[in-house]
Design a protein around this ligand. Structure first.
Ligand SMILES: [Zn+2]
Length: 136
């Protein structure tokens, strides 16, 4: 049996997403005029750039779905954000009690600062973050 081509990081199992992404795009013939779409940013980029990456994760990142990665996404691309709470006229709301949740888990709670901002929080799944504000 021949040796399997190994492009992953040693000692770091790649997830199916990365493996499949790599096996698809590393085998494409050169396509100088083709473009690929980053699903996250909506930006187009030269398709051949995908082949220049050495890991499926980098390809997935370029295509905008690296957030779905199971092997590296969690450690590498953490969401780090704070929210600003404003009323319907756009005025910043200081001293408002808030709760930030990911799914049913409360990630942070507190009171907004003078600029109407929540504390900075870090999570690996920005898509599920929601914020609740207590009525004044
Ligand atoms: Zn992965």
């Amino acid at each position: 049996m021949g040796q399997q081509k190994q492009d992953g990081v040693v000692g770091n199992e790649e997830c199916q997403l990365c493996r499949i992404t790599y096996s698809i795009y590393s085998n494409f013939p050169p396509m100088p005029s083709a473009m690929a779409l980053n699903a996250e940013t909506g930006e187009w980029f030269p398709f051949d750039r995908l082949k220049s990456y050495s890991t499926g994760y980098e390809m997935a990142e370029a295509l905008g779905y690296a957030w779905a990665c199971d092997c590296r996404g969690r450690a590498f691309k953490r969401f780090n954000e704070q929210f600003e709470i404003r009323d319907s006229t756009g005025k910043r709301q200081a001293g408002v009690r808030y709760r930030i949740r990911v799914g049913s888990k409360v990630l942070a709670k507190g009171v907004t600062d003078a600029q109407g901002r929540t504390q900075r929080l870090s999570t690996d799944n920005a898509k599920q973050v929601s914020i609740e504000v207590a009525g004044s």
